[in-house]
Design a binder for this molecule. Structure first.
Ligand SMILES: *Cc1c(COP(=O)(O)O)cnc(C)c1O
Ligand code: SF4
Length: 398
């Protein structure tokens, strides 16, 4: 069975538990979807579940379904009950515990939908939820109220109404396709959406938010990439949380996208016991850069119902950014954000690098904790007129 000697390297774990599988089938994304692990019996064939997991799996059918592609399932370390992959996709009973501050729709998306499935919160861009299905389901999904089709609420996206809205709203220059996962559509169906969007002259920028390159790298075929490159500028945001997810197959898929001119960003969710650790995040961002993916956002987890067991404090996110900025490649440092509860949008959260600021000066702290002073134009003017005493001059010291 697959073992995990070093999460820093790009390894293949195929075929893992599916030893007898014809490699052609294994590499077929339709086969991967058909053979997802979706029930207790399949899980228990390979893993010893805890009581919390067992109960969670049995109850997940009424909320957010369980589904794990064979590719992703092979990344679970069967000997580690706290495996960071396991925590992301295997339900636990804690998901049925709602805290009073938790919400079904923490980012207030439903109240910002002018037409079903289209979220228009920011002035010049929209989020277009094209489907409610994903290759595997993340237990902390911000849209768990609608994805997978298992819960009470359903996503009733109306693609035609969305296209008409976008045609009328000339202020929209950026459309982000998400869901669910747009890459679960066939090439032809996805192309119909992209070409329709491209026929709207004021839409400049297209992007796709997807976890398919991670859950289902077999989907990133040459024909998909060739289709996508007809619709440039088209960017893609992938979703990787832990370095173990960047396998050889995932790296090859990402490279294929990059080779077809798709700029890649990554969005991670800060998850307790998964990536709430500077070392883990440093390894992750280094591996992402090697896959030509620019870390884009690190999200504080939304106040989704039943997600408290996976939530890390904001202070930990700030510590992670502090541990990256200056210590490693700037391209590797994501922006930490909180999506303001109730629908305020993304708010950047940074370590306190500005210690003090007034009209004349800014006192700043660098990554080593040293303080510096930067003179504002008002002080620059004053110094020009009357040079300060040496003792009062700008200091670059502690
Ligand atoms: C995140 C998000 C976007 C995109 O935001 P960027 O900061 O431009 O990446 C757009 N619309 C909604 C509703 C979003 O949640
Ligand atoms: S892939 Fe995205 S939309 Fe799908 S379950 Fe995971 S977080 Fe939610």
């Amino acid at each position: 069975m697959a073992s995990f000697p070093d999460p820093k390297t790009f390894q293949s774990h195929a075929p893992g538990y599916w030893q007898d599988q014809d490699p052609k089938k294994w590499n077929d994304w339709g086969w991967q979807l058909k053979n997802r692990v979706t029930n207790l019996r399949q899980l228990e064939e390979h893993l010893t579940l805890s009581e919390e997991e067992r109960a969670g799996v049995l109850l997940s059918g009424n909320k957010l379904a369980m589904a794990i592609t064979p590719h992703f399932f092979n990344l679970i370390d069967p000997t580690d009950p706290d495996c960071p992959i396991r925590r992301q996709v295997i339900p636990r009973i804690e998901e049925t515990w709602d805290e009073p501050y938790e919400m079904a729709d923490p980012c207030g998306e439903d109240s910002h939908m002018p037409v079903p499935g289209l979220v228009h919160r920011y002035p010049d861009r929209v989020l277009f939820l094209v489907t409610d299905r994903c290759a595997s389901y993340c237990r902390y999904c911000t849209r768990s109220r609608v994805v997978s089709g298992a819960g009470e609420q359903h996503l009733e996206s109306d693609h035609e109404a969305a296209f008409r809205y976008l045609e009328e709203h000339t202020e929209v220059r950026d459309v982000l396709l998400s869901g669910g996962d747009p890459l679960l559509f066939s090439d032809a169906k996805l192309e119909r959406i992209l070409s329709r969007l491209r026929s709207i002259p004021h839409i400049e920028f297209l992007r796709i938010g997807t976890r398919v390159p991670v859950f289902l790298p077999q989907r990133i075929t040459d024909s998909l990439c060739q289709m996508l490159q007809k619709y440039h500028p088209l960017w893609m945001s992938v979703h990787v949380n832990h370095p173990k997810e960047l396998t050889l197959e995932v790296k090859e898929g990402l490279e294929r996208l990059a080779n077809h001119g798709v700029p890649l960003g990554n969005q991670s969710v800060l998850l307790r016991g998964v990536n709430d650790d500077v070392e883990v995040m440093r390894t992750l961002v280094h591996k992402l850069l090697m896959c030509r993916v620019r870390p884009y956002y690190l999200y504080q987890m939304d106040l989704i119902r039943g997600s408290a067991h996976l939530r890390a404090p904001v202070s930990q996110g700030i510590e992670i950014i502090r541990g990256l900025r200056g210590h490693t490649t700037g391209y590797g440092v994501p922006q930490f954000v909180i999506d303001a509860p109730g629908g305020g949008g993304k708010v950047p959260i940074n370590p306190d690098y500005v210690l003090q600021r007034n009209d004349e000066r800014v006192i700043i702290r660098n990554y080593e904790g040293k303080t510096f002073e930067y003179p504002e134009p008002a002080l620059q003017e004053r110094i020009k007129e009357a040079p300060l005493e040496p003792a009062a001059q700008l200091c670059g010291c502690d």
